[in-house]
Design a protein around this ligand. Structure first.
Ligand code: SF4
Length: 463
C-alpha cells in the first residue's frame, strides 16, 4: 500500500478486479495509492465495524437469525458490503456503490491489521472479530458461491514448521481459543503481519496513527469541562455508588479507606473527576482533605501534591488540557501492581476478587455469572456495560461503552441527575463525526500527547 496526498482514481486502478467480490480473503495487500485522509477514515470506520461485530456477537447467538439480521443492518449502516451479490454495482442515490464499499472493506482490513498486530492481546481481539465477520459473510454465500470462493483463494499461507510450533507451543495455546496442548500438534499456524512492521515503523506518518488506533478510542475526549462547578464535593460519595464505573468506584473507595492513592490511581481518578466537572479549587480541596487524614500533612500536600493537581488542570508546566483516560488506555497500558488500584477491574482483577467486589456491590448472582462470562471471553467493556445495565436496571444500555466519563454521563441520563444535554445528545454523533478526524489528530498529536503524559506522570510520582 502506498500513501500519498492524493487519491488515485478508482477506475485507473488495476486492483479494481479485486473489488468485484463481496467476500475477501485479503490475500494480497492493496497496491494502489491512498491518501492519508482516506487512510484515516477507513481505519476508524473498520474499527467501528469490528466493535459492532464484537457487540452483536455477545448479545445474540452467533449465526442465529437475529444475529445475522442485526449484523446485516449494522453493515448496511456503516456502508460495508454485506451481500453475496457480486453483480450489483449500482451507486445508490444516498451512498457509495458496491465497488466502493468493497474497496473500503479491503483496504481498511489491512490498515487495522497493521494497527492490531503489535501485541498478543490486540492480535487476539482483532482476529476474533475478523473471523466472526468472515464467518458471517461466508455463511451468506450459497453453496456455489462458497465453492467459487474456495477455488478462487488457494489459501497459500506460510505455515510455521514443526520445530517452530514446538518452540512456540505455550504461546500458540495461549493465543488460540480452540487449541490445547494436545491439539496444537495437529493444527497449522501461519506467520502473521507483525513481520511487516519494521517497514511501517520507518514511515513516521503512520506509526503514531497505528499506535493510536490500536488503543482504539475514537470517541469524545472529555477534556473540555462544561459542568464545571455543578458537582459539589459532598455529592461525590453518593455519585461514586450510583454513577461511577467500577474502575472509579474502586479508586474512590480506596482513597476514602487509605487516604492515599499512588500516582497511577491519582492520574486516573483525578482526570476522571476533572472530566465530570470538578473545578481546580474543588480538586485541590478534595485531594488535600483526604490526604491530610492519612500520613500527609497540609504543608507536605501543598509542597508535594498541589502542583501536580494544578498541572493536571493545565495551570502549570506546559499548561496542557489533559484528557481523562479512555477504557482502552486503562485496559491496555500500565497494569496495576501490588498496592495499586488503577486500571480496569474487569481486565486486571482476579476473577474471584472481581466476583467478591460485585457481590459486595449487590449485583445478583445471575448478573455476576453473565459478567464473568464476558470477562472470560475478554470482552471487558461489554462486561462493564452489563454491570451498568444491572446496576441501573435497564435491559439494553443502548450505547457502546468506550470511556469511564461516558459511563458517568450515561448513568446520569438514566438517573436524571446532573445534565449537560448538548454533550449527552452529541455523544454518539460526535463520536462518529470525530471518527473521521480522530486518526488525523492522532497522527499530529499522539507523539506530543505521549510526551505530555510522561511529563505529567513525572509530577505525580510519590516523593
Ligand atoms: Fe472503567 Fe472502562 Fe473498565 Fe468500565 S470498562 S471499569 S469504564 S476502564
Amino acid at each position: 500500500m502506498l500513501f500519498s496526498g492524493r487519491r488515485r482514481k478508482l477506475g485507473a486502478n488495476p486492483q479494481t478486479e479485486v473489488y468485484t467480490q463481496s467476500l475477501q480473503f485479503y490475500g494480497q495487500p492493496p497496491l494502489e495509492n491512498i491518501s492519508l485522509s482516506e487512510f484515516e477514515t477507513f481505519a476508524v470506520e473498520r474499527l467501528k465495524l469490528l466493535k459492532t461485530v464484537e457487540n452483536v456477537g455477545v448479545s445474540y447467538v452467533k449465526q442465529s437469525e437475529q444475529y445475522s439480521k442485526k449484523l446485516e443492518n449494522e453493515l448496511k449502516n456503516l456502508n460495508f458490503p454485506y451481500r453475496s451479490d457480486t453483480q450489483d454495482d449500482r451507486k445508490s442515490q444516498s451512498g457509495p456503490s458496491e465497488t466502493e464499499k468493497r474497496r473500503k472493506d479491503y483496504i481498511s482490513h489491512f490498515i487495522l491489521r497493521l494497527a492490531y498486530c503489535q501485541t498478543e492481546d490486540l492480535r487476539r481481539w482483532f482476529i476474533q472479530q475478523e473471523v466472526d465477520l468472515f464467518r458471517y459473510r461466508f455463511n451468506q454465500l450459497d453453496s456455489k458461491q462458497k465453492l467459487e470462493f474456495l477455488h478462487r483463494n488457494n489459501l497459500q499461507y506460510e505455515a510455521i514448521s514443526s520445530k517452530e510450533k514446538k518452540d512456540l507451543q505455550d504461546k500458540l495455546v495461549n493465543s488460540s481459543y480452540a487449541v490445547s496442548g494436545i491439539t496444537v500438534e495437529t493444527c497449522d499456524f501461519y506467520k502473521l503481519t507483525a513481520r511487516s512492521l519494521p517497514a511501517v515503523h520507518s514511515d513516521e506518518r503512520l506509526q503514531p496513527l497505528l499506535n493510536h488506533l490500536s488503543h482504539a478510542y475514537v470517541g469524545q475526549d472529555y477534556s473540555i469541562q462544561k459542568n464545571v462547578g455543578k458537582i459539589s464535593l459532598e455529592q461525590i460519595d453518593s455519585l461514586s455508588g450510583k454513577s461511577f464505573p467500577l474502575c472509579m468506584r474502586q479508586l474512590h473507595q480506596s482513597l476514602r479507606e487509605n487516604h492515599h492513592l499512588r500516582h497511577g490511581g491519582r492520574m486516573q481518578y483525578g482526570l476522571f473527576l476533572k472530566g465530570i466537572g470538578l473545578s481546580l479549587e474543588q480538586a485541590l480541596q478534595f485531594w488535600r482533605s483526604e490526604f491530610v487524614k492519612g500520613k500527609v500533612d497540609a504543608d507536605k500536600f501543598d509542597k508535594a501534591y498541589a502542583y501536580s493537581v494544578r498541572h493536571m488542570f493545565g495551570k502549570e508546566g506546559r499548561r496542557a488540557d489533559y484528557t481523562p483516560y479512555s477504557c482502552m488506555k486503562l485496559i491496555l497500558s500500565n497494569p496495576p501492581s501490588q498496592g495499586d488500584y488503577h486500571g480496569c477491574p474487569f481486565r486486571h482483577s482476579d476473577p474471584e476478587l472481581l466476583k467478591q467486589k460485585l457481590q459486595f456491590y449487590k449485583v445478583s448472582p445471575g448478573g455476576i455469572s453473565q459478567i464473568l462470562e464476558l470477562v472470560k471471553g475478554m470482552h471487558f467493556q461489554l462486561a462493564c456495560q452489563k454491570y451498568f445495565e444491572l446496576t441501573h436496571n435497564v435491559e439494553d444500555a443502548s450505547f457502546s461503552l468506550s470511556h469511564p466519563n461516558q459511563y458517568f454521563i450515561e448513568s446520569q441520563k438514566v438517573l436524571g441527575g446532573v445534565k449537560d444535554t448538548k454533550r449527552e445528545t452529541d455523544t454518539s454523533e460526535h463520536s462518529v463525526a470525530r471518527g473521521s478526524t480522530a486518526a488525523r489528530e492522532a497522527a499530529n498529536s499522539s507523539q506530543h500527547s505521549a510526551e505530555m503524559t510522561e511529563d505529567l506522570d513525572s509530577y505525580f510520582k510519590d516523593a
